[in-house]
Design a protein around this ligand. Sequence first.
Ligand SMILES: Cc1cc2nc3c(=O)[nH]c(=O)nc-3n(C[C@H](O)[C@H](O)[C@H](O)COP(=O)(O)OP(=O)(O)OC[C@H]3O[C@@H](n4cnc5c(N)ncnc54)[C@H](O)[C@@H]3O)c2cc1C
Length: 467
Amino acid sequence: MSPMTPARVTGTPGRTRVLVVGGGITGVAAAHRLRERLGPDAEIIIAEQSMRLGGKIRTVEFAGRPVETGAESLLAARPEAIGLARDVGLGDAIVHPAALKPALSLGGELVDFPAGHMMGIPGDPADVAAIANAKERPDNGMAILEPGADMSVGALVRERLGDEVLDRLVAPMLAGVYAGDVDRLSVRAVMPQLAAALERHARLTEAVAEIKRPSTGKPVFATIDGGLDRLVTATSAASRAEIRLGMTVRELRQTPEGWEVIAGPVPDPIKITADALVIAVPASPAADLLRSVEPQAAAALSGVAYASVALAAFAFDKVELPQRSGFLTPASEGKTVKAATFASQKWPRLGRRRQIVRVSMGRLGEEALLQYDDATLAKTALRELGEHLGQRLPEPVEQRVDRWGGALPQYAPGHLTRVAAAREALASHRRIAIAGAAVDGVGIAACVASGQAAAEDIAEQIIADSK
Ligand SMILES: Cc1cc2nc3c(=O)[nH]c(=O)nc-3n(C[C@H](O)[C@H](O)[C@H](O)COP(=O)(O)OP(=O)(O)OC[C@H]3O[C@@H](n4cnc5c(N)ncnc54)[C@H](O)[C@@H]3O)c2cc1C
């Protein structure tokens, strides 16, 4: 066979075969749900470009402990990720953070992050008066958002509550999740519940007050003892999918029977046939794959920008840290460090023998940061950490730097409409679904939900066709 003639991987006759492209949490959650819906005989393959599953979830041993280099917590207030952990046998390993609050680093001091807000937007200006002067603009009696309309978080908050609330509270909160630019993040996509309330209210504070739930006392976040990697591994094991690592999917073709994909290294490609596809990769590779299939869907995805971040982790033998879970800091403070987590204080599972601190750097547009070598990034992170804490820090006993290029998708105003249009366009092609952080939400819980929904969609079509 010539090197350019793809080897073929074809399914067993009579058995349904689904190919999941991308082995991040979305892909493994999709494979797991496909197994539940399609039963033991279905062939489920996960094709993953890198040599490991997990994507933005990666646990490593650091200072003798399992420490996250990417995502560190699950939103426990949503059921999907926690539910998946229980379903795959990790119910006993679900642990919650210590009851410590994060701080805001302002002018070289750590101050309490005020309570009574939604992503930094207060339900009552008095709640945040210690940090920001929130003067609510008189309203015109009209609902802030019309049904279906969208706007940026920056425009919404600046116009109604002023720059200080936006810069000191909302932007640092959103930077922690999206590393993004508030003027380019969609209210509908990043705060869907608030967007719905804005259709009923003329005042922003009233909309926030309406949806702010009283604390249930239940922990909002969780993780898996031993590391989030365990969630990925247990989910992929429970899916009994065939895992193909180092398998970049490069081309999709629709055939009368289903799909044919070209995957693997360019000089040694293989052709995989499948009855259905779940595309669970970031926006840019998803757009590349969909371009020849459905250009409209590809165009919607190729417009999703990504922010890159770098994380430095330090282990200290002896250091006095404030009794907090960490801090956030506004961009206006002019620092490279945008947030820090006092990981060993926040997560008692990490033990107290050594203090572990994770420092995150990088906002949208600061990609050049990733070009610095590890030593420079670590030095900057350590110096700034000391400045934020108001102390000269001792030499860490261990340190590491992790870079995540193209880490976090930025949902611009209109994102949800564009994703809905992409899905509508794709619906004319049978048995293909898109899922993951590129489209349905950045958090792990949202990714699990997205992967599961894509699997449900595909399973419904396969089951309906078999009747
Ligand atoms: C530093 C950092 C911290 C975070 N912290 C949190 C947190 O604390 N809590 C939280 O809920 N979320 C957090 N997130 C967000 C969350 O981790 C991600 O949004 C989520 O894990 C994305 O999952 P995914 O499966 O959709 O995509 P990914 O994890 O990006 O997985 C996609 C996979 O597709 C593969 N791939 C790409 N192209 C191809 C191709 N052509 N063929 C085959 N495979 C391909 C990639 O190699 C990758 O493994 C964080 C993210 C980062 C970067």
